[in-house]
Ligand binder design. Structure first.
Ligand SMILES: *Cc1c(COP(=O)(O)O)cnc(C)c1O
Length: 394
């Protein structure tokens, strides 16, 4: 047994921070603002649509590999309705087991060992693991706070491109910083991709959760940058938009050659998944505009409750323009290390949060940054805000 069981590619990905912090929440009975899942279910009619599909025997056996036609059509209709983007449901849409599988399958399909992947740091934890499983090398470009917002340094991004760079892995709206990439930032990325012959994979699972400004899909820059359409893989999912994170229904939209490549990897990961839920998500994507505006208004209100509580407690709050998360700086509280702070927080005031350093290759950029999730019931957030104020406000 001289050799470690977990292979070298995955050795650094033992357990996630969420397992550690959720166990801590359970042990102490603290309010868990660590992990980003809602504490109430999404629309009842969508849940009933899933029940109906189960009862009617729709999707109980292997659905088609690319996804059920109803859902592929609904994804295409959604991309047109909200973003003015046109995709052929037969050749340009692929249904996956959540955005997570879409990301993994895309990286496994598109990378050769040794290829470099530029990712915006801090990044969602599955990116690093996905790149590692595909044998790629991740190259972080760090988002840094500037005038209250985490900003992408375009010169740094350009400088990170080498002859080995295969793709840029984007995420907007961005977890964990809550930043929404601007029109200028996205145009610069599109231009860079075309100029340097790069692919771009863009994770847009929070596309409907923007509170200030608007979400712009990178694929929408195809009119200005000829050739972009053949370089962009767009990924989204139902989990965050419809508050059913356990259903794990995601999708890829891209040009036919890219979808076909991703499908080659996907078919040997899960082949298919979530049959009956696919029918329910097809209905969800066609919900009236009011659903989407109400969701946004509800989460904006929740963001404001928690942000106000954190500010009053003395945290520096980087106001998120989107997503489920607020990144804060605990340095103004005299704290030196976010990890220690998060380990002690449940005992100090009955709240769980996560240190942003776990989302970095260069954790020095975030030694005192702490992430709180606000996708919880308003009364839970109000209670958390009270506890934080009582413990920290001077
Ligand atoms: C939650 C999340 C995902 C995972 O989406 P699933 O559909 O649950 O797999 C992917 N990317 C980001 C940035 C997320 O926050």
């Amino acid at each position: 047994m001289g050799r470690p069981l977990l292979n070298r590619r995955l050795a650094e990905f033992g357990t996630t921070i969420f397992a550690e912090m959720s166990a801590l929440a359970q042990r102490t009975g603290a309010i868990n603002l660590g992990q980003g899942f809602p504490d109430t279910d999404g629309p009842e009619e969508i849940r009933e649509a899933a029940v109906r599909a189960l009862r009617d025997g729709r999707g109980n056996q292997y659905p088609p590999g690319p996804g059920v036609p109803e859902l592929r059509q609904a994804v295409a209709d959604h991309q047109r309705r909200f973003h003015g983007l046109t995709y052929d449901p037969d050749t340009e849409v692929l249904v996956t087991a959540g955005a997570t599988e879409a990301i993994a399958a895309t990286l496994l399909a598109l990378l050769e060992p040794g290829d470099e992947v530029i990712a915006l740091e801090p990044y969602y934890d599955s990116y690093a693991a996905g790149v590692a499983m595909a044998g790629g090398r991740r190259v972080p470009v760090t988002l840094r706070p500037h005038e209250g917002r985490f900003r992408l340094d375009l010169d740094e991004l350009r400088a990170a491109v080498t002859p080995r760079t295969r793709l840029i892995l984007l995420n907007t709206p961005h977890n964990p910083t809550g930043t929404v990439l601007t029109r200028d930032e996205l145009a610069a990325i599109a231009e860079l991709a075309c100029e340097r012959d790069l692919l771009v994979v863009t994770d847009e699972v929070y596309e409907h959760l923007v509170f200030d400004g608007e979400h712009l899909p990178l694929a929408g820059f195809g009119d200005r940058f000829p050739g972009l359409r053949d370089r962009v893989v767009t990924i989204s999912s139902a989990g965050k938009t419809f508050s059913y994170t356990g259903w794990k229904v995601g999708w890829v939209t891209a040009a036919p050659a890219l979808v076909s490549a991703v499908r080659s990897a996907k078919q040997y990961l899960t082949y298919v998944s979530a049959g009956p839920f696919q029918y329910a998500v097809a209905e969800a994507l066609a919900l009236p505009d009011a659903y989407f505006t109400d969701l946004r208004a509800d989460l904006r209100h929740k963001r404001d409750i928690l942000a106000e509580g954190l500010r009053t407690a003395g945290f520096e709050v980087y106001q998120p323009a989107g997503t489920y998360f607020i990144t804060t700086d605990v340095a103004p509280l005299g704290e030196k290390d976010a990890y220690d702070f998060c380990r002690a927080l449940p005992e100090r005031c009955g709240v769980v949060a996560v240190p942003n350093s776990v989302f970095y290759d260069n954790p020095d950029a975030a030694r005192t940054h702490v992430r709180f999730a606000f996708c919880k019931r308003a009364e839970v957030l109000t209670e958390a805000a009270t506890r934080l104020r009582t413990a920290f406000a001077r």
